[in-house]
Design a protein around this ligand. Structure first.
Ligand SMILES: CC(C)(COP(=O)(O)OP(=O)(O)OC[C@H]1O[C@@H](n2cnc3c(N)ncnc32)[C@H](O)[C@@H]1OP(=O)(O)O)[C@@H](O)C(=O)NCCC(=O)NCCS
Length: 232
């Protein structure tokens, strides 16, 4: 896939993300979260400082798991992944201090002959957890997919880019099939959240293995999905 279509898709994604991730909506849904500012930024506009802030939040939250799974040099490949073309960032900052208290990064990705909204990161600073910010963000992703699917923008782009072939492969009313993500098996808290919100194991996900003794061996991470059909 050319960078060009990734960029065009990310522009559409960012445009709709600005609507669903507004500070006003957030305030309404999460009244306990202190006042925040919200920025939606396409990866090519993300400054070096912003990238470092994101990496630092990720390190504070999950650094120990990353180090355990990928070794102590985990930051270098992660940093590279975090600047992948097509990514769109939503940055939440505490009004006043400007401290980064939450981030989401996402991208429209190919999944066989379909496309899905892939959540690369969701990170809430410890000081703001358990105030429904994570739930709000995840539910807004469902809305984002529904809004993108009910607008003509992506359909028109794909009709131009794929000359109609792409849309012919599946239901033309469903452009993005839903939301997908990856979660470490040891991250029981996040898994609980996703389960509560209706996420299921993706058919391509690594699965638990049950030994003859009955002991369950979990994979390092699971891939989860929520189909747009389950969000309506
Ligand atoms: C997962 C995360 C984004 C949730 O954000 P949040 O704003 O605290 O979420 P909410 O307040 O909406 O919901 C809290 C839910 O998170 C889950 N949860 C997260 N961490 C948990 C923990 N350590 N123990 C228990 N539950 C936890 C629970 O399901 C809880 O739901 P409940 O209130 O019904 O018990 C946040 O905990 C976080 O940033 N964690 C570190 C980074 C991370 O794990 N990201 C996900 C990577 S896949």
């Amino acid at each position: 896939m050319s960078d060009d279509i990734e960029q065009k898709e990310s522009k559409i994604l960012a445009q709709f993300a600005k609507g669903v991730f507004s500070a006003g909506l957030l305030k309404q849904s999460c009244p306990d979260v202190p006042e925040v500012t919200v920025d939606v930024i396409r990866v090519e506009k993300l400054s070096e400082t912003e990238l470092e802030e994101c990496l630092s939040l990720l390190d504070r939250n999950l650094g120990s798991i990353y180090a355990l799974v990928n070794g102590k040099g985990w930051k270098k490949p992660k940093r590279k992944e975090m600047i992948e073309p097509g990514l769109v960032y939503v940055l939440l900052r505490a009004a006043g201090t400007n401290k980064l208290i939450g981030l989401i990064s996402m991208k429209i990705v190919n999944e066989y002959d379909l496309k899905v909204l892939y959540l690369y990161e969701i990170q809430v600073d410890e000081s703001c957890r358990n105030k429904k910010l994570g739930t709000f963000a995840m539910l807004q992703l469902d809305r984002l997919v529904l809004m993108i699917n009910s607008s003509d923008k992506l359909k028109q782009l794909w009709l131009r880019e794929y000359e109609g072939e792409y849309l012919g492969l599946h239901d033309p009313e469903i452009l993005l099939t839903g939301v997908a993500l990856t979660v470490f098996s040891v991250n029981k808290g996040a898994r609980k959240l996703y389960q509560r919100l209706g996420y299921k194991l993706h058919p391509d996900s690594a699965k638990d293995r049950v030994l003859r003794s009955g002991k369950v061996i979990e994979p390092i991470y699971y891939m989860l999905e929520k189909s747009v059909k389950d969000s309506v």
